[in-house]
Design a protein around this ligand. Structure first.
Ligand code: HEM
Length: 121
């Protein structure tokens, strides 16, 4: 199971790196954002990341009733929503709101994951 855990953690860093790159492309108005690989690769990374997450829940005998897992999933929804806003918004203030929200959400996910505590501060 440590292989799945290591893959989950590796992809957790990958999703942030990928988001920061796409965010920079979005802010600079780069046409590369429409590139097929740039659009598809993040979906593959995120799908495997989630798949490993669900596998870990069952393999390590966790339950979705655990508060840290519940807030992790809620923060994940926020990360996705703010991420979509960053990449699709046409106005810079909305894009900035999306970028700040996405980075704060994913940072919170890391803190919760590492501490297994919904209030890791
Ligand atoms: C952007 C999304 C996610 C990020 C950034 C993320 C990040 C992480 C990190 C860094 C760890 C390692 C913690 C440690 O070393 O102690 C971890 C562990 C874990 N994650 Fe995630 N994760 C994400 C999504 C998910 C999802 C969606 C689930 C469940 C469906 C999940 C379930 C787990 C479980 C069960 C563990 C192992 C906890 C343990 O060792 O007991 N993760 N995650």
């Amino acid at each position: 199971m440590s292989l799945v855990r290591n893959l989950h953690v590796l992809l957790a860093y990958e999703t942030v790196i990928g988001f920061v790159i796409r965010m920079a492309l979005a802010f600079s108005g780069s046409a590369s954002l429409a590139n097929k690989a740039v659009r598809i690769l993040p979906h593959i990374i995120d799908t495997v990341l989630l798949g490993c997450g669900f596998a870990l829940v069952f393999a390590l005998d966790h339950s979705f009733g655990e508060s840290w897992l519940t807030v992790k999933l809620l923060a994940l929804l926020a990360y996705i929503g703010f991420g979509v806003l960053t990449l699709r918004a046409s106005r810079t203030p909305l894009r900035l709101l999306g970028a700040a929200g996405a980075l704060l959400s994913v940072g919170y996910i890391f803190l919760v994951a590492l501490s297994r505590n919904p209030l890791p501060f």
